[in-house]
Design a protein around this ligand. Sequence first.
Ligand code: ADP
Ligand code: ADP
Length: 229
Amino acid sequence: NPVIHCEQVVRSYTMGAASVQAVRGIDLTIGRGEFAAITGPSGCGKSTLLHLLGAVDVPSAGRVLVNGRDTAQLNDADATAFRLRHIGFVFQRFYLMPTLSALENVELPLAEAGVPKVVRRRRAAELLGYVGLGERRDHRPTQLSGGEQQRVAIARALANEPALLLADEPTGELDAATGETLLQLFGQLHRDGTTLVFVTHDAVVANTAQRVIRLLDGRVASDTRNPRA
Ligand code: ADP
Ligand code: ADP
C-alpha cells in the first residue's frame, strides 16, 4: 500500500447559503518514504488537503486512503487511535497545552498511547534534545519563543515515531539557523524511512523535498521530482 492515496477528492465548506470548494478533485499517491512538499498561493487548498491526509477531516466526495484505510470509514475514536499509531501532525498553530511544560507536552501522545511514565519521560527528553531544546524542557509554552514552541510541536509529533509526518509550514516562525537545524532533522527522518509531507511557502524547504506538488484553485497544477534533492 502507498502511505497516501487520494481519489477524486473534493472538500467543500458550506456557510449559510454559500459554498466554497477548497479542494476540487485531487488524485494523488504518495509512496512510503517519500518527502513531498505541497506549495501554492494562499487559499489554494493546501491546509485543507493536509487535514484530509491527516485524517482530521474527511472529504465531501472521493476517497482518502492512509496506509490503505479509508479515513471516512473511521469513527472519531478509531480516527484518534489511527492518528496516534501512524501519523505525526504539526499544525500551523501549535496547539501546545499552555499549563504543561515542554517536556509534558511532548509526553502527551505517549501517555495516550499508554507508554509507562519512566519510559515516556526519557523519550520526551531525548526528543527535546533532538530539536535543540534540552535546556528548555521545564518551560511552559508562554515562556518560549514562537520558534521554540514550533520545535516543541515537532518533538511532540515525533513522539510516537510516526511513519507519516505531516506539517503545515514547519519552518514558518523560525530564524534561519533554527530552520537549518530542522531541515537537517527532516533529512535525517527521511533517511530513516519516515514519509514526510509538508505544506510550505519556503523555497528552501521545497528544494529539500524530493517531490513538489503545486496546487492552484484546489487542484494539482503540477507534480514534479526535484532533481537536486
Ligand atoms: P491554503 O492552506 O492553501 O491557504 P486553505 O485550505 O486554508 O488554503 O483554504 C482553501 C479555501 O477554503 C479558501 O478559500 C478558504 O477560505 C476556504 N476555507 C478553509 N477552511 C475553511 C473553513 N473551515 N470554513 C470555510 N472555508 C474555509
Ligand atoms: P489559519 O489557517 O487561519 O491560521 P488555524 O491555523 O487556526 O487557521 O487552523 C488551521 C486549520 O486547523 C483549520 O482548518 C482548523 O479547522 C484546524 N484546526 C484547528 N484546531 C484544530 C485542532 N485542535 N486539531 C485539529 N485541527 C484543528
